[in-house]
Write a protein that binds this ligand. Structure first.
Ligand code: PGA
Length: 254
């Protein structure tokens, strides 16, 4: 039985004060639905305030990135050990990181390892862009990203990972993959690749999110799919009403 997980990826939005205010407003609304795991992923500087506002309650906190080294001469970076106590999850390999900051599959793999070594849980993003989608290489690309990201990761560690399938053409565009398309990639491609790597028992325990213009209008249809265990939500997670409504609609399906 996989507990559904809805994670809000705030990206580069909300000042520290706004983040705390938002979190205080969101907290009572999502705590009504304990059968859904709700996670907020603010920018680094917002983490202390958000973590404080959620202390002692079952709403998770995630960072949006980290470096693979524990410490060192990496100006401007934040390491996984620095996030311990502030975050439960770390988003790794988001397409915006891959696209704008040159993150390769090899870097993503090093970050997954770093996050797990700090006993945090990666939300590992995979997904194809429009050209790859149109060229029909989605399945090969996504399974390749997964194999690379999980290289050297044990089955016990793999269970700690949440995978987010995010077709890049659907991110921030208002174009969602249809529930049937998202289900096929999440089930056949992602869970299929995980089963090849770790066997079906482990693959069946790993939660797979869909991401890309998920909102309060399409979440129920997406969450009704057997292999979609949650969503990584950008735009709609920045609004208390929209995000809490998504949690409510998801809870109604559990
Ligand atoms: P979106 O972003 O919901 O705004 O499309 C999703 C993401 O980038 O994780």
């Amino acid at each position: 039985m996989r507990v559904p997980i809805l994670a809000g990826n705030w990206k580069m939005n909300k000042l520290p004060g706004e983040a705390v205010e938002f979190t205080r407003a969101l907290r009572p609304l999502v705590l009504r639905y304990p059968n859904v795991e709700t996670v907020v992923c603010p920018p680094f500087v917002d983490l202390p305030g958000v973590a404080d506002a959620l202390a002692g309650v079952k709403v998770g906190v995630g960072a949006q990135n980290c470096h693979w080294a524990d410490s060192g001469a990496y100006t401007g970076e934040v390491s996984a050990p620095m996030l311990v106590g502030l975050a439960d999850y770390v988003i790794v390999g988001h397409s915006e990181r891959r696209q704008y900051f040159g993150e390769t599959d090899e870097i993503v793999n090093k970050k997954v390892k770093a996050v797990l070594a700090s006993k945090l849980r990666p939300i590992l993003c995979v997904g194809e862009d429009l050209a790859q989608n149109e060229a029909g290489v989605t399945d090969t690309l996504v399974s390749g990203q997964l194999r690379a990201a999980f290289d050297g990761i044990s089955a016990a560690q793999a269970r700690e990972v949440v995978v987010a399938y995010e077709p890049i053409w659907a991110i921030g565009t208002g174009k969602t993959a249809s529930a049937a398309v998202a289900e096929r990639v999440c089930g056949v491609v992602v869970r299929g690749a995980l089963a090849d790597l770790y066997g079906s028992t482990v693959a069946d325990a790993i939660r797979i999110q869909y991401g890309g213009s998920a909102n309060e209008k399409n979440i129920a249809e997406l969450m009704a799919m057997p292999d979609i265990d949650g969503a990584l939500i950008g735009g709609a997670s920045l609004k208390v009403d929209a995000f809490s409504e998504m949690v409510k609609l998801t809870a109604a399906l559990c």
